[in-house]
Design a protein around this ligand. Structure first.
Ligand SMILES: Cc1cc2nc3c(=O)[nH]c(=O)nc-3n(C[C@H](O)[C@H](O)[C@H](O)COP(=O)(O)OP(=O)(O)OC[C@H]3O[C@@H](n4cnc5c(N)ncnc54)[C@H](O)[C@@H]3O)c2cc1C
Length: 449
């Protein structure tokens, strides 16, 4: 373990009060730093966090990814105590994890084996289910496969089955967090109780740096807000979610990292369950890569239908986030409902469509960047790629440890920080989340929440 440490508290500006900005503010404030968090929305968690499926799962294509999610799960299981604030401080209640289990339907042997390897290495309990076991658990679901995701305008879309899933990899501890926006609010409240200040309705227009002299690195010195006000601090953390690339650009860092980020529009839908099924008790989280969809129970006996963003659907990259359409569209809703009907024969396609349309902050290899930057004092937690809500608390702890170590003198680029998991004691190598890591060739690019 690295032991570099700061000699005292510092002023820190956190840009963004999503689940990550609130979590990082809390972790820094509880270490005694004087934190100011700037958020352009009127309250916490109102950006992409508010649309999150908030699924907590453990199947990732790297062992470090699994370890992070396994450690992250423990924060959600302990969330009320982790906040270190009395329940009455949280006027609208405290978010909680609903444990449902997750079934990753078995299609591709290589992926199945990779996940078994990674779960085993990370010490995550799992079961390898047969097709018969899956059918017994979900009698209202067919295991037919159709040769991979297709668009409704492809003749294959309505064609007969070409095969069948051969079982599922099951993790009993998976689930989802009841209310992602409330979780962000809880963390903001906990951060305020530790002395952090939140400035809502305030937008950062510029990241201020001091030019490096004689070849030395530039140093961050604060931010300028849209009304011209300057806030000074020797440490700034970019947690702008889908806006992360624009904040990287503000700091003059575009093109300096191997892993870059880009916003991508994404829809998720909510629908009634198949006829006669109580999906809240009889359903579960099911990953259905053949169709390109995942399902989880939603309160009020609904199904949350997420998309794994299959190639055939294309990627809707966004140039102007402020102008992005945040309403679900008829085309995409219909497509997702038709896909759901293939999996659940008694599913009735609704006449009106409900759901969310938001942006993912997608990185080059769909893995997150939790790192410093080439500007001294400027840190980033970005590239969460539609799958890091679950890790927000553990990553906030990692980020606070990173700030402490780097500002205390650690050369993290040469000697990556290793942080011991607070709950599992697992060593987490932060080099895996470096801005300059090797691009993960095993990444499926298929997000299951
Ligand atoms: C539809 C959908 C489903 C998802 N499902 C899952 C899931 O099931 N499981 C999972 O683990 N993850 C999931 N995710 C991903 C997860 O929700 C995100 O990774 C996470 O919420 C990102 O949090 P954040 O704090 O980084 O970003 P945000 O919540 O977007 O917060 C960033 C904040 O920064 C603010 N900001 C940006 N720029 C500025 C500026 N210049 N000045 C001031 N403020 C600024 C924004 O207003 C915003 O509030 C999903 C995401 C989406 C969109």
């Amino acid at each position: 373990m690295n032991t570099a440490a700061l000699d005292g508290p510092r002023d820190v500006i956190v840009i963004g009060a999503g689940i990550f900005g609130c979590g990082i503010s809390y972790e820094l404030a509880r270490r005694g730093h004087r934190v100011t968090t700037v958020e352009m929305n009127p309250g916490p968690g109102q950006g992409s966090t508010s649309s999150s499926g908030a699924i907590v799962r453990f199947m990732y294509s790297t062992v470090d990814g699994v370890r992070l999610a396994w450690e992250g799960n423990r924060y959600w299981e302990d969330f009320a105590d982790y906040l270190e604030t009395p329940p009455e401080a949280h006027e609208t209640g405290v978010a909680h994890k609903v444990t449902t289990g997750l079934w990753f339907l078995r299609l591709d042997d290589a992926l199945h084996e990779l996940y078994i390897h990674n779960l085993t290495e990370a010490g995550v309990d799992f079961e390898d289910w047969t097709a018969e076991q899956v059918t017994e658990r979900f009698p209202f679901m067919t295991l037919d496969t159709y040769g991979g995701p297709a668009s409704p305008d492809d003749e294959r879309f309505f064609g007969p089955p070409t095969g069948a899933y051969r079982g599922a990899l099951y993790t009993a501890d998976a689930g989802y967090v009841s209310d992602p926006m409330l979780a962000a609010r809880n963390l903001a409240t906990a951060a305020e109780a530790k002395g952090a200040t939140f400035r809502y309705g305030t937008r950062v227009a510029e990241i201020l740096t001091t030019d490096g002299r004689d070849g030395s690195a530039r140093t961050v010195r604060g931010v300028r807000l849209t009304d011209g006000e300057e806030l000074s601090a020797p440490i700034v953390v970019n947690v702008g979610g889908p806006w992360s690339a624009s904040l990287v650009e503000m700091a003059g860092l575009t093109g300096t990292m191997t892993i870059e980020t880009r916003p991508m529009r994404h829809e998720a839908h909510v629908a009634p369950p198949p006829s006669g099924v109580d999906f809240e008790t009889e359903g579960g989280i099911v990953a259905d890569l053949d169709i390109g969809v995942y399902y989880r129970p939603e309160s009020g006996n609904q199904i949350f239908v997420g998309s794994t963003d299959p190639e055939c659907d294309g990627h809707d990259w966004v140039d102007d986030l402020d102008a992005m359409n945040r309403e679900v569209t008829r085309d995409i809703s219909e497509r997702q409902m038709l896909r759901t009907a293939r999996r659940f024969p008694d599913f009735g396609i609704p006449h009106t469509f409900r759901g969310v349309a938001e942006a993912y902050d997608v990185s080059t290899d769909w893995g997150p960047v939790y790192d410093r930057t080439d500007v001294d004092g400027l840190f980033v937690a970005m590239g969460t790629s539609g799958n890091q809500f679950k890790n927000a608390c553990v990553a906030s702890h990692l980020m606070a440890e990173l700030v402490t170590a780097v500002e205390g003198g650690l050369d993290h680029d040469a000697e990556p920080l290793v942080v011991e998991g607070r709950y599992t004691g697992t060593p987490i190598d932060m080099g895996s989340f470096s801005r300059n890591r090797d691009i993960n060739a095993d990444s499926t690019g298929s997000v299951l929440g």
